[in-house]
Unconditional design. Sequence first.
Length: 450
Amino acid sequence: MSNSMSMIGGAILVLLLAGYIAQQYGLPPPKPKIVGIDLGTTFSSIGIYHAVTGRTTIIADDLGKKSVPSVVAFLSNGSVLVGTRAVDQQEKNPQRTIYDAKRFIGKVFQPDDEQFLKYYFQADKKRYPFTILLDKEGRAYFEIPLDSGNKLLYPEEVGSIIIEYLKEAAEKHVESKLSQAVISVPAEFTEEQRNFTAKAVELAGLEVRRVISEPTAAALAYGLHKKQGIENVVVVDLGGGTLDVSVLWLQGGTFVTQAMAGNNRLGGQDFNNRVQQFLLEKIKNQFGKEITNKEDLQTMRLEIERAKLRLTAHPKTKIQFKLIEIGEWSYEMTRDEFKELNDDLLKSIEQPMEAALQDANLDKEAVDEVVLVGGSTRLPAVRRIAGHFFGKPPNFGVDPELAVVTGAAVQAGVIGGGWPLQVAAMELQTKRRKRHFYTDVESVKKKTEA
Ligand SMILES: *[C@@H]1O[C@H](CO)[C@@H](O)[C@H](O)[C@H]1NC(C)=O
Ligand SMILES: *[C@@H]1O[C@H](CO)[C@@H](O)[C@H](O)[C@H]1NC(C)=O
């Protein structure tokens, strides 16, 4: 024991010295070897941890995007496009443009369970313009028609194409080869889903050093593993279409997931839809006609998304667009009005927070830190709800869309023994079930039509 302690002491001393010498003599810091990767359903990113400074860098691709759309497209001649380039040609090439692959990774659909197939797989199949099939084992794969015949591609292979793209951007940035990775996955992922995600990393030519949960990564991004006196952490992740709440228990640098709850049909898109319904109603009243032109509806969607972002910084904003059907039109919306239109949706954020605490057997008062991640936590109303519910200001400040990849990079730094020394951040797997809540889409529709 004392021997191994002194060995650890020696190792720490060597690291301290290395850091000291590097700082004193301006030696170049060692190149990072391990990357952190967030392979998301809609966006993915990659980051590195800098030994010596302890900072993380999230790396942009050659188009300057740090959040790369998780989209892979094939041209009929077999050429592959990734990210923004794949999105840009999506409308012209829907059958060969694959997105949402993460939803299928490591999942088995029981081919002999008709009910299951009918309600889950068939419903999924209808949602997508590309072809999804099941193999003999009940695993989904994509069939892409090429000039040379059909190309078959499994979800983890789609993931590996995205990871390879990110890896290339990172290698260009650090000017050396990268060989290892830490990858984040949703807390609710089963062992099998984690394995298949790891396989995606390996197919991209990287060795997997660790698979960590997204909420744990978010907590690491805020340095909570180093903070004194923290035991209970709640991570609220509100993205474009889903809400996830996780309760983590932190003990000696180790995170344990205590409870999870979520709503797979609540996110930024829903807030936008409410605003769009409201504006369509206004237009209908003013011009006596319904906007049905697809291009017009898309123009509105894009402007509403931008207006929503402007409202996070300003109390009011002019929503302005030029539509084919009615020409130029604008409406001035206040932040309060936006909030009012989404009042019940915003209120429903509390449901999974309540449930997760209940499942973890925790009082609100026992929560030491609240972490917000996901683009929709930029909305002041969302931050206020979380702050009010837990009775303390939530952590934000790390870009909410990059918090998970930042945490994965921190974990990579810890594993790589980066300077300055970090408390060992670890994570224990749990087999907890997640509780799901659903917003009633029909009532939502009626409300806005009324
Ligand atoms: C496939 O076609 C695209 C554009 O039509 C072209 O840029 C690309 O080089 C072609 N790829 C191959 C492998 O021939
Ligand atoms: C996941 O991978 C580990 C290590 O390779 C293996 O031991 C385990 O059986 C796998 N689990 C599943 C469910 O595939």
